[in-house]
Design a protein around this ligand. Structure first.
Ligand code: PMP
Length: 454
């Protein structure tokens, strides 16, 4: 592996320059301490001081193909030499090819691809399409969800990240999705959770008025809110409810799509086809900003003779599309989705369950593919979270101590609220997975000291 010669002075200069002018997202500017990164390759990145980190966060769960994949880097370089930018109204080979490769992989008849610059913008457009298609305005979304930080997407988000930006959630109604570990329905098993969650959704629709509801949006497997794999039958049940009431079913696969769960799309696990599917992140591993909406034949037909009123200057950007083509082709040639499924099932899942047995702080392990969450608790019996559910999240206290211990062990974790997510690249090898899980195991001893048992 190429690494950069350690140069602490260079790192200090990068950090000083950052603090001078960069205003960071989702951060208190005076409290943050951004790590100056010198380079990255595969599952690792490193700083200027000579510290190397195994990236169990995939950044923001987007580097599904790992860092600096040579085929994707080459495709971007080649495209830059040919055509760097082109307005959305023109046709160009890399855009058409990216759309074909995506349409071939999305479930069912989701065969038309609307390109965006990221996930939130995909959600904005999916909602707009659903409203124009149905002539209705309300959108139902689940508590414990994240759909992005733009106006409509943050209103749809169903957790405290919404609060500071909530504009009274115009047209948005939240409902509870299934989550057996902290069941809103006091269910005792998955079948009961599924049945009660569907009944609750039916009630919500009845009292909101089905004829007012344009769409229901769900993350197929909710990601940043906790990787809650839905019980068998739930998504098929939502599909049936949507069909019965003429409601557009949107699945948000911005995080779960493109191999993360061990299938191209998480919907493939459940045999469900939505009317609209949003994607971003893994489509090109974030090498150039890209997202989009895969659209059913019926909704696409709505805009056949009538213009679709949406799109930005950079929609379907050639550099982004070239990197998507190279990413998807490399994922297919190198069997990267299969790797995510296999490592998840054979190495990560069993090892996380064994880790949970050893540590009083691990309340639950859940996930699939390379998409796992450990829920950290003070007490396994009461399930009291290690950090209370509040907007301050993991910025301080035991979770911050746990994250620092991971980093000292050479592991870059993804920590949110009282959870740590195990979300390495889909390319992660068995040896890397074991190295990361060993570092996680050691760091959990720090979390254990904050439990009632510790
Ligand atoms: N939907 C989901 C499920 C996401 O996880 C995210 C980002 N974490 C978004 C939408 C928003 O994507 P972006 O940050 O690219 O706008």
């Amino acid at each position: 592996m190429t690494t950069t010669q350690p140069d602490p002075a260079a790192g200090a200069a990068v950090k000083a320059a950052d603090r001078a002018h960069v205003f960071h997202s989702w951060s208190a500017q005076g409290l943050i301490d951004p790590l100056p990164v010198a380079g990255a390759e595969g599952s690792y990145f490193w700083d200027h001081d000579g510290n190397r980190y195994l990236d169990f966060s995939s950044q923001l769960v987007n580097t599904n193909i790992g860092h600096q994949h040579p085929k994707v880097v080459a495709a971007i370089q080649e495209q830059a030499g040919k055509l760097c930018t082109l307005a959305p109204g023109f046709a160009v080979d890399v855009r058409s090819e990216a759309a074909r490769l995506i349409a071939e992989r999305t479930p069912g008849d989701l065969d038309k691809i609307f390109f965006t610059n990221g996930g939130a913008e995909a959600v904005e457009n999916a909602v707009r399409m659903a409203r124009l298609h149905t002539g209705r305005t309300k959108v139902l979304s689940a508590y414990r969800s994240y759909h992005g930080a733009t106006a409509a997407a943050i209103n749809l988000t169903g957790d405290p990240r919404r609060w500071p930006s909530d504009t009274a959630s115009a047209g948005v109604v939240h409902f509870w999705g299934p989550f057996l570990y902290r069941s809103p329905f006091h269910a005792e098993d998955e079948a009961q959770e599924c049945e009660r969650a569907l009944a609750h959704l039916e009630d919500t629709i009845a009292f909101e008025g089905p004829q007012t509801i344009a769409a229901i949006i769900l993350e197929t497997v909710p990601g940043t809110a906790g990787i809650m794999v839905p019980p068998p039958g739930y998504l098929a049940g939502v599909r049936e409810i949507c069909d019965r009431h003429g409601i557009v079913f949107v699945l948000d696969e911005v995080m779960a799509g493109f191999g993360r769960t061990g299938h191209w799309f998480a919907a493939d696990h459940f045999g469900v086809t939505p009317d609209l599917l949003t994607f971003a992140k893994g489509v090109n591993s974030g090498y150039v900003p890209l997202g989009g909406v895969a659209i059913s034949a019926e909704i696409a037909a709505t805009f056949d003779q009538r213009p679709y009123p949406g799109g930005l200057t950079y929609s379907g950007h050639p550099l982004a599309c070239a990197s998507a083509v190279a990413t998807i082709n490399a994922m297919a040639e190198e069997e990267i989705v299969e790797n995510a499924a296999e490592i998840g099932e054979r190495v990560i899942g069993p090892e996380l369950r064994a880790i949970a047995e050893r540590h009083p702080s691990v309340g639950e392990v859940r996930g699939l593919g390379v998409f796992w969450a450990l829920e950290l608790v003070k007490d396994k019996e009461t399930r009291e979270p290690l950090v209370p559910y509040n907007a301050s999240g993991a910025a301080n206290g035991p979770m911050a101590e746990f994250a620092a211990a991971c980093k000292r062990g050479g592991l870059w974790p993804f920590v949110n609220m009282n959870r740590t997510h195990v979300v390495p690249p889909c390319t992660v090898t068995e040896a890397e997975a074991k190295e990361g899980l060993a570092a996680l195991d050691a760091a959990l001893s720090v979390a254990d000291t904050h439990t009632h048992a510790g």
